[in-house]
Design a protein around this ligand. Structure first.
Ligand code: GTP
Ligand code: MG
Length: 498
């Protein structure tokens, strides 16, 4: 229960108790005055009923009512609807991918989108076995298949790549593709590569079997929670129960269920022994115990029969959303490169305009004309067609912000210091204006990129915050020195030549 609700609950309870004491006192006084005992008892009964109703209403509001509002937020969507949405998302992403100019990235993303498209038609359900090294993932797959398929070893990192097998479950139309993955949380670079592969495979699963061999460690809880957050359905498999007494198994199972109760239901936490230790009898004979995986098979069958279609649809939707995100990042990078080139060009145009102005001031109006043209071009890169008026408007409001935030003055002082170190005073005096104009145009351009990236919105902090951030970023020593060096080469030396 959140703190605010708890406080409200305590306050309400106090109020009701106070009211109750006052009411009892008053009733007692009235009761003593009424001579007819039947009437007096009736009055008391009525008051008691009233009190019970008030308390019931209060509890309903404070507890049940609160729960109801949080639960009713996700309406049930059918698998068909989800597949439809996934199809639409895929079409949209394919269009997006067409805009990518990097041919390799474009082909890779198109391939992924075709794979998702194939998944839409595929007849199997993908189950991925995931978890820490040596928890018994391979043993579990072996036990499920009923024959030895893979190395069952005690050393960490036995399984190096994802290996997939086909399974058929009674009463399930779709075939199951079960993938054994390398263990996560292993030391070393090779371990990290394997872990990446395992995580990749896990995110592609329709259903996950997360294998642990004891209580859940923080390092296991985190990936499990993250996968649940992105919408992955998991069964938590507690393996190697033959190593514990029955009581300990019960205790551990209870602990596991409590730990993951936020995102995995109790029924989805099952205890098994995929490859139990062999037992030495008193006679000296060694008996290899049979795997105990019936609870898992039963749960797997129930879940897949009831939710299989839903899980597949959810997963396809998730994959296409991830692809959209990936494509968006590529396009964003591509746009950024283009927009940066535009800024580069316009900052030197600004410098040139100011250098040619007879009055030695940073004329915000003169640069605003340049900036207006720049903003139109940057907008075009981000798919926004602005007319001249709107461009000018944006450039002017940005110019005003630069002045009001003291960025114009700040930039001037910053550049003057560096220019005077590099040039003779009389040259520096003139150059400061031009270089400052270039520098301010750059801050303006970078701010406009943020504006267009956010769909023509300055964000919560408004234009001021964006401009301030861009000024901070452009103030870094390294950057300013490089900028001035280029400015001297482009503006001042060029000026001297002409
Ligand atoms: N006692 C007991 N040992 C088990 C059980 N299941 C697996 N083991 C042992 O645990 C060790 C690791 O088993 P694997 O199946 O290779 O584990 P894994 O999770 O695939 O390991 P990696 O591929 O290295 O990540 C082996 O020695 C198995 O014999 C079980 O139910 N009980
Ligand atoms: Mg393995």
């Amino acid at each position: 229960m959140p703190l605010s609700r708890l406080l409200l609950f305590i306050f309400g309870l106090g109020l009701i108790l106070g009211l109750a004491i006052w009411l009892i006192n008053s009733i007692l006084a009235v009761y003593q005055q009424i001579s007819n005992p039947l009437l007096a008892n009736l009055l008391v009964a009525l008051v008691i009923i009233l009190l019970i109703l008030i308390i019931a209403a209060f509890i309903y509001y404070a507890y049940l009512g609160g729960k109801k509002t949080t639960k009713s937020t996700s309406p049930k969507i059918s698998p068909q609807d989800k597949s439809g949405t996934a199809k639409q998302t895929l079409k949209a992403v394919q269009k997006q991918v067409e805009q990518i100019q990097d041919e390799i990235a474009k082909q890779a993303l198109l391939k992924q989108s075709r794979q998702i498209e194939n998944n839409l038609q595929r007849g199997e359900v993908k189950v991925v076995v995931f978890g820490t090294g040596s928890a018994g993932k391979t043993s579990l797959v072996n036990a499920l298949i009923g024959e030895m398929v893979g190395n069952v070893e005690a050393t960490m990192g036995t399984t190096e790549i994802g290996e997939t097998y086909r399974l058929k479950l009674k009463g399930l139309a779709r075939e199951i593709l079960i993938t054994d993955t390398p263990g996560i949380l292993e030391a070393g670079v090779a371990g990290t590569h394997r872990e990446e592969l395992a995580r990749q495979l896990a995110t592609e699963a329709d259903l996950l079997l997360f294998v642990v061999d004891g209580d859940l460690r923080q390092s296991e809880y985190e990936p499990l929670e993250k996968l649940a957050e992105i919408g992955k359905r998991s069964l938590l498999v507690f393996n190697k129960v033959d190593l514990y007494s029955d009581e300990d198994v019960e205790i551990l199972l209870k602990q596991l269920r409590e730990t993951v109760s936020e995102f995995i239901s109790a029924a989805d936490v099952v205890a098994i022994a995929a490859n139990p230790r062999s037992v030495r009898l008193e006679s000296g004979d060694i008996i290899q115990s049979e795997p105990e995986i019936i609870p898992l098979i039963k749960r797997l069958a129930t879940v897949l029969r009831a939710e299989g279609e839903d899980l597949i649809a959810d997963n396809i939707l998730l994959q296409s959303q991830r692809l959209t995100e990936e494509a968006r990042k590529f396009i964003d990078k591509q746009r950024q490169v283009k927009a940066d080139k535009i800024i580069d060009r316009y900052q030197w145009i600004s410098a040139g305009v100011i250098a040619a102005t007879p009055i030695p001031v940073i004329d915000m109006l003169a640069t605003a004309v340049v900036n207006a043209q720049m903003v139109i071009e940057i907008g075009k890169v981000y798919g926004c067609e602005l007319n001249g008026e709107r461009g000018k408007e944006l450039a002017l409001s940005l110019g005003k912000t630069l002045v009001s935030l003291g960025v114009v003055q700040g930039a001037r002082e910053l550049l003057a210091r560096i220019l005077q170190l590099n040039l003779a005073t009389y040259v520096a005096g003139k150059a400061i204006q031009a270089v400052s104009a270039a520098y301010l145009t750059r801050i303006a351009g970078k701010s406009f990129i943020e504006y267009f990236r956010q769909d023509q919105d300055w964000g919560d902090g408004g234009i001021t915050e964006v401009v301030q951030r861009q000024f901070q970023l452009s103030r870094r020593d390294e950057f300013v020195k490089e900028f001035v060096k280029e400015a001297i080469a482009r503006v001042i030396n060029h000026d001297k030549q002409t």
